[in-house]
Write a new protein. Structure first.
Lengths: 393, 388
């Protein structure tokens, strides 16, 4: 019987972000053997095809290290010695590296799929032990970290040419990665997918006469650029447009609290702490507009979700957003960092007829269903993995 | 008079504001005691009394706690009064016991005045001065009244009823106290910051060279509005102006600011110099023609005074004290905050002024800083503050 391909999905922890967990679930359901290595948080997927090799507290780390040291000593002594030499040469803390590396060497998945580029330096060795490295090109790790951290850019330039294949979440990020030596021919763009069973589309009875309900959802990070949204909404208020703006995921941000107060937007803007998935969905559904004021994104998941739920999207052109939001077709786009266009677009949206609103949201839903569904993502991922033949050592 | 000043940490070399105030009081025969959380700057102008530390080890913390409480026994009268007042204000026993530990050094020293250097430092210590039969003064300087109460509404409710005198550094700051519940329970006295006008004096330089040299001295903090400044500079670049802009200071916003420069195509024009020594800061000012301080929140800003004194053309925002620091169209230019297009327009206007007009503004600014913001004047004002 032909041996099934085994894939390690590595994000450093046992429970990762929504889109990585979606990929894992999809792969195991599609009969792929998946390994998850890293620090223990939770084991969110329970399936016969998934193996978690995780470590928790100090004593548990020691147990894992001893176990894999013995297994390697008995079954893969030669490789262990080679890896030990690499660990010694790295000059980093050998205890932690052994703990991280030994289980990977012992199980030796066919493909080691690194989710976050910053950890690449730690894992480049696996290519020398018969595993293929796939690197996901996602968000900050490609779009801004190497711009700010020149040392990181140098590391990328050193290691990217050695990588077997790249997975990019958007065409824009694929292009960005080539600046650091990623071979364009080795990059496969596979966009994030949603499970549409989790999202019930609703054709909204949009009424341009009622105050515009605007929502943003995202963590409290500068790249979300909520201050731009507040500046735009200040202009909207000057024009006496009725609206309410809610940001979910931001509660005690001093700068935003101050800005809201200084712009006299207390009655128009609410900040809400993180909510459960279902509550976020309800909030998105209630809103007329999902606003994405970010300066950097791959393709923001929250925008895909809003499109799936039937809420109209207004997004900046950052990252790969223009690959999803087509002006007046699946939403509205505003240039990055542009307050004037943002508030003018919000006015335009507020004046949409119900027919136009529903036309755009219906088209948006069709778009995400066609190009961002989970099954398609998993199938494309599997095909992509299969193109990578295991090395014969 | 014995004046106890409470600060988060003892002033550094460049913080002339506190040093000159302390020197002025000492020269007039008053004794100053500085209570602070640390003295890593090795401040020596007056005795520095450190507050007890918090320890990670519970055992160590318990032992030190008992020791500190025992050491308060000789000061039982004021401690008892403090506890009584705190209980009257509805403060829990746990909070009172924490305050007794934290403020122990204050109980142990005889004081006529207890002056909290920032409003936020007085939170929890509202009854300290009265328990020692001293007068309580509080300074408001910017963040403590412009930002903190937005996040913590009504935080100064107790303070307004207990404070004997309030010091503010600008009229706008005074105005903000009213927005946060102050109802004239105590006099407010404005004493603006001051600088060493001999050290910061005009050097011989050519006005507006090519490329135009611009500078800002600021912590890389959101309140400094540097993102808006960069947006304005990108407009300037698109308009065909050649310039270099230096930011002196460090802080948590470095990542976002560098990325902003990258996205706006300003990587060559904008230089992040980090934190510089006093002398290097002066050298940077000597090399520059325009000083920008486009903050969204600012108490007063000494750096703008220094820049004016050194003959730089200053363009600032209208945040709190900045519009008192710079008089619009007289000693510099004041631009509405959070409006990068307006800032860009103003910088262009300044660049294109005649040499005579620039000279006129610079001379007025220098004259005003020398007259209004010198250390001797500030020292006198503080003397009156305590003596009146």
């Amino acid at each position: 019987m032909k041996k099934r391909q085994s894939i390690a999905i590595y994000s450093g922890v046992s429970q990762s972000t929504t889109f990585i967990e979606r990929l894992i679930k999809g792969l195991v359901k599609a009969n792929t053997n998946v390994y998850v290595f890293g620090s223990h948080i939770e084991k969110p997927t329970h399936h016969k095809n998934i193996t978690y090799i995780t470590y928790g507290q100090k004593w548990h780390k020691l147990v894992v290290l001893i176990k894999y040291s013995i297994l390697l000593f008995i079954f893969k002594l030669k490789e262990k010695k080679r890896l030990d030499a690499i660990i010694e040469a790295s000059g980093k803390g050998s205890y932690l590296l052994r703990l991280k590396y030994y289980p990977v060497l012992y199980h030796r998945p066919d493909i080691f799929h690194i989710q976050w580029a910053k950890s690449l330096e730690d894992w480049i060795w696996v290519e020398g032990f018969g595993m293929k490295v796939v690197l996901s090109l996602r968000g900050a790790h490609i779009n801004y970290s190497p711009i700010i951290d020149k040392q990181l850019a140098t590391l990328y330039k050193l290691h990217f040419p050695k990588i077997s294949a790249f997975h990019a979440v958007s065409k824009a990020i694929a292009k960005e990665a080539t600046k650091y030596g990623a071979d364009a021919d080795k990059i496969k763009v596979i966009k994030s997918g949603l499970n549409f069973d989790d999202f019930s589309f609703e054709l909204k009875l949009y009424n341009s006469e009622t105050p515009l309900e605007i929502i943003s959802v995202g963590r409290d990070h500068w790249k979300k650029n909520y201050k731009l949204a507040l500046d735009a909404l200040f202009e909207l208020k000057q024009l006496e447009k009725a609206f309410h703006y809610t940001i979910i995921g931001v509660k005690n941000n001093e700068a935003l609290l101050h800005q809201r107060s200084q712009l006299r937007l207390e009655e128009n803007v609410s900040f809400i702490d993180s909510l459960a998935f279902s509550e976020v969905q309800e909030a998105i559904k209630k809103a007329d507009v999902m606003l994405l004021p970010s300066v950097e994104e791959g393709i923001a998941n929250v925008v895909l979700e809003a499109m799936a739920l039937g809420t109209l999207v207004v997004s900046t052109t950052c990252g790969g957003m223009a690959e999803v939001v087509f002006p007046n077709e699946t939403g509205f786009l505003v240039p990055n960092r542009n307050v004037v266009t943002m508030y003018k677009t919000l006015i335009e949206v507020s004046e949409l007829s119900i027919e136009d609103y529903q036309r755009i949201t219906t088209q948006a839903k069709a778009f995400v269903e066609n190009y961002h569904n989970e099954n398609q993502m998993v199938t494309e991922m599997q095909s992509f993995y299969k193109t990578l033949k295991p090395q014969i050592l | 008079m014995i004046i106890g000043v409470v600060l988060g940490s003892a002033p550094g070399y460049s913080e002339t504001f506190f040093s000159s105030k302390i020197q002025g009081l000492q020269q007039s025969g008053h004794q100053v005691l500085l209570f602070s959380g640390d003295n890593s700057n090795d401040f020596k102008l007056c005795p520095v009394i450190l507050f007890p530390k918090q320890y990670q080890s519970r055992f160590k913390q318990a032992v030190i706690l008992i020791w500190v409480y025992l050491s308060l026994l000789p000061f039982f009268k004021s401690v008892f009064k403090f506890v009584k007042m705190e209980r009257h204000d509805g403060i829990s026993w746990i909070r009172i016991s924490k305050s007794l530990y934290s403020y122990a050094p204050i109980f142990k020293n005889k004081l006529d005045w207890l002056h909290f250097g920032f409003g936020t430092l007085a939170l929890g210590g509202e009854n300290l001065a009265a328990s020692k039969q001293a007068k309580m003064a509080v300074s408001f300087r910017g963040f403590d009244i412009g930002v903190y109460p937005i996040k913590h509404p009504h935080c100064y409710r107790r303070l307004w009823d207990k404070v004997f005198k309030i010091h503010v550094i600008s009229d706008d700051i005074a105005q903000l106290t009213y927005q946060h519940g102050f109802k004239d329970q105590a006099p407010i006295v404005k004493i603006t910051p001051a600088i060493d006008t001999k050290y910061f004096s005009e050097s011989n330089k050519t006005l507006i060279d090519t490329p135009i040299q611009m500078v800002t001295i600021a912590r890389l903090h959101w309140k400094k509005g540097l993102n808006y400044t960069l947006e304005a500079l990108s407009i300037l670049k698109k308009a065909g102006f050649s310039f270099q802009y230096r930011i002196i200071g460090t802080g948590s916003e470095i990542e976002t600011l560098k990325f902003t420069c990258y996205q706006l195509g300003l990587e060559k024009e904008v230089l992040f110099l980090g934190k510089l020594a006093h002398l290097e800061v002066k050298q940077q000012l000597e090399q520059s023609q325009i000083y920008i301080q486009y903050s969204v929140q600012e108490g007063f800003c000494n750096a703008v005074l220094e820049a004016q004194a050194m003959g730089l053309l200053c363009v600032v925002s209208d945040a709190e004290g900045l519009q008192e620091n710079v008089l619009h169209n007289q000693t510099g230019w004041v631009v509405p905050k959070r409006q990068p297009q307006l800032l860009a327009d103003k910088i262009i206007e300044v660049i294109e002024l005649t040499e005579a007009k620039k000279k006129h503004i610079i001379e007025r600014a220098i004259l005003r800083v020398k007259k209004e913001f010198n250390i001797q004047k500030q020292q006198q004002e503080f003397l009156h503050f305590y003596e009146e």
